[in-house]
Design a protein around this ligand. Sequence first.
Ligand SMILES: Nc1ncnc2c1ncn2[C@@H]1O[C@H](COP(=O)(O)OP(=O)(O)O)[C@@H](O)[C@H]1O
Ligand SMILES: [Mg+2]
Length: 396
Amino acid sequence: MTVSKVTYQNWRNIEQCEVQLRPGINVLWGNNAQGKSNILEGIYYFARGRSFRGAKDRELIRFGESFANAAIDFRKDGYTGDTRLMASIPLSGKKKLYRNGAALSSAAEMMGSFRAVLFCPSNLTIVTGGPAERRTFLDIAISQLSGAYLTWLRRYTKILTERNALIKRAKDGERVTVEEWAVYAEGLSECGAWIAAYRNEYVKMLSDAVGRYFQGMTGGREVPAMEYTSHALYDGIPMPLTSADVPDRTILCEKLMNNVEREVAAGVTLWGIHKDDVVLSLNGREARLYGSQGQQRSIVLSMKLAEAEIANRIGGEYPVILLDDVFSELDDSRRSYILDTLGSEGDNTRQIIITSCEPDVIPGHRAAYVCFNRVAEGGIHNEKSTFAPSDSGEVM
Ligand SMILES: Nc1ncnc2c1ncn2[C@@H]1O[C@H](COP(=O)(O)OP(=O)(O)O)[C@@H](O)[C@H]1O
Ligand SMILES: [Mg+2]
């Protein structure tokens, strides 16, 4: 998947701007607070239907203006024509989304057509934060690959909310029958077993890929491991992303049925996949507690690159990779290895868009693939040769 052009109007600090992008590596460089992240925010908006910074739509509108527009032209591998997605966000009223000029009814309808993986500094919490951060990473990644997963997740969340309300009423003295508890236990354990099975398989794939990246980056000095931990898992859990076996739900169901009293005392559902986690370790020690910041950053970056690799394996196409302000902080050997890996061409196109304060973030031999743009005051200024590394080939 390749983005060829993004256009912005009143988007954050960008009054009006068109950004041309190329296949391969693109670097957007410029001083702080010029609009680099705003540009990536605009691109990623079309993958997730919202800002990656958690901003509300209206916060995207340039101060003092009454609307923001953004549009992206991208091409799926193997297709000859571009697809255009457009978002029009008014200060009051509903946003409007379009695909090739035709109005879409919701962000959900837009999602799935343009795919991107984003890595920004705040993603470090995937390693350093609580289990919810890691579950969210998995949920977003797997939902992009499987509509069935998203359905299980939504059903689970709905039943969990209802069961928690029931637990509160039971705590307040309402009588709840065993049959009633059983209905919820059945529902939660069915959805939960599927969700755990998907996540478990996904983490296995992730772990393989991340292991390879680390082998390459550190020559085997740092060996990562990832393990999905869940109340719902048992030996021989199936692989729903790649096969169709039905997972066994009895383990989770029994846990729920056997612990109703404790849950009523606690006032909340204590067992289930909403408590699950992924343990990330490096050389046998938990990375959250013992990893250096550079190692933690390498783990998250590897997880994001692995996410793109798995999306290609299962979905048949690489998502666009957006790296916001994170690449320049890796040491030279890690940077070179990652570029070599990303640069080695398979059948499918890999496009990477990197933001940086430094123009020379890409080692010289990769310069031929680089489109240098300088971002200043919400606009793009193409710098064709000024900052090209001296030994480079043609700089696009
Ligand atoms: N809604 C908005 N309207 C105008 N300017 C904005 C808006 N939101 C953020 N900004 C400005 O955008 C700039 C930051 O842009 P950003 O893309 O984060 O910079 P960087 O180039 O460092 O990534 C800041 O100066 C900020 O004040
Ligand atoms: Mg930034």
